[in-house]
Design a binder for this molecule. Structure first.
Ligand SMILES: Cc1ncc(COP(=O)(O)O)c(C=O)c1O
Length: 378
């Protein structure tokens, strides 16, 4: 075998010994598993109004956008979604990308000038971390949710442009960043605040407008919000939302906007229908909150170590990576899909199950799934 392939085999072997093998499992269209692993928090991915809007745009525009919007033209579907997102989030303008990952790369890089200091939370998602890396800016990683550490980092860089980078509801443990405090500190030092609202959009905040809106920061001139359209909105794509000047800057210079094919019009139209439903979705959010509380109670009563979630992401500690893998596999055998997070996908080397609660799952199935998780615990 060629040397480089043998080297890859050795690395796979090392991962296997550490319990860190990742494998793809089949998923059928009529998959009957109870889904506590996906991010379809409001059950909108399969909502008939969402799929009908997508189907209509699919027959009008065809399968793909066929090019970047600057090259191929910008459809009404894209503009309508951006206007709706901007209105919902309470910002000047919004710009959609073909994924949340690419939106984050563009946002971080777009906020960076020569000498910028990026102050990034230790639990930030890989896409924010990669954004910091490709921006080429000096990046200081501060301990998780540590406002004093952020303040100290900014105080130590007087006169330099700076950006505080955080998620709102964190993707691994589901806790909420102290957004109002971070904003106050950033403002005091003339820094900007970039918030990835991926796990909060549709789930928290007034009319589901997310963590930034919940913190009273919607439309602040020194705040930029990103989010994915693939979680509570059930579709695909990402968004950067903020001042009109920043959006113009991204249209003209954002590499992951300019050099990437636009999200398909059918997906964009489906997401727009999902935005409408999410805005009007207070009843769904109440059901979601009730399920999250029920899960924390049930798992905690069984002696499991459960996070205190602020959104719909619940983390349950596993003794180690092998045990986490075996636990998730046992749940799956009993018809329950759960997330299995192990290093290096965890910020603190702890392995855990990640449960993403959805209001779209049948309630009796959801309650049964909690029993399965408890019964399969190591
Ligand atoms: C916090 C966070 N930001 C960004 C992303 C990336 O979004 P997308 O899947 O749309 O690329 C994810 C995960 O998917 C995420 O959890």
């Amino acid at each position: 075998m060629a040397d480089w392939l043998a080297a890859l085999d050795r690395r796979a072997e090392l991962r296997a010994r550490a319990g860190l093998t990742r494998t793809l499992r089949p998923r059928a269209a009529d998959d009957a598993v109870v889904d506590l692993a996906g991010n379809d928090y409001l059950g909108l991915a399969t909502h008939p109004e969402v799929t009908a809007a997508a189907a209509e745009a699919l027959s009008a525009y065809g399968l793909g956008a066929t090019g970047s919007r600057l090259v191929r033209g910008s459809t009404d579907a894209h503009h309508a979604l951006e206007d709706d997102l901007a209105g919902w989030l309470g910002v000047d303008r919004a710009l959609v990308f073909s994924s949340g990952y690419l939106a984050n790369l563009a946002a971080v890089r777009g906020l960076t000038q020569p000498r910028t200091l990026l102050v990034s939370d230790a639990h930030n998602h890989a896409s924010l971390i990669d954004g910091c890396r490709i921006s080429g800016a000096e990046t200081l990683v501060t301990p998780h949710a540590d406002v004093a550490a952020v303040a100290a980092a900014l105080a130590a860089a007087p006169g330099r442009p700076a950006v505080v980078v955080t998620e709102s509801v964190f993707s691994v443990d589901g806790d909420l960043a102290p957004l109002a405090e971070l904003h106050a500190v950033a403002r005091r030092h003339g820094a900007l605040l970039l918030v990835d609202d991926a796990h909060a959009l549709g789930v928290t905040g007034p009319a589901g407008a997310g963590g930034v809106a919940a913190a009273g920061l919607a439309g602040a001139p020194d705040v930029v919000v990103t989010a994915t359209l693939s979680k509570a909105l059930g579709g695909a794509g990402g968004v950067v939302a903020g001042p009109a000047e920043f959006v113009r800057h991204l249209v003209e210079t954002g590499r992951t906007f300019i050099f990437d094919t636009a999200p398909p019009p059918a997906v964009v139209a489906g997401v727009r229908a999902a935005v409408r439903l999410a805005r009007d979705g207070d009843a769904l959010r109440a059901e979601l909150a009730d399920r999250v509380a029920a899960a924390v109670r049930r798992l905690g009563a069984a002696g499991l170590s459960v996070s205190a979630p602020d959104g719909a992401v619940i983390s349950v500690t596993a003794p180690g990576p092998q045990e986490a893998t075996a636990w998730a596999a046992a749940c799956r055998e009993h018809g329950v899909a759960v997330g299995c997070f192990r290093p290096p996908s965890t910020p603190d080397s702890r392995s855990r199950l990640r449960l993403t609660v959805s209001a779209g799952v049948d309630r009796a199935d959801f309650d049964r799934a909690l029993d399965v998780i408890v019964e399969c615990a190591p």
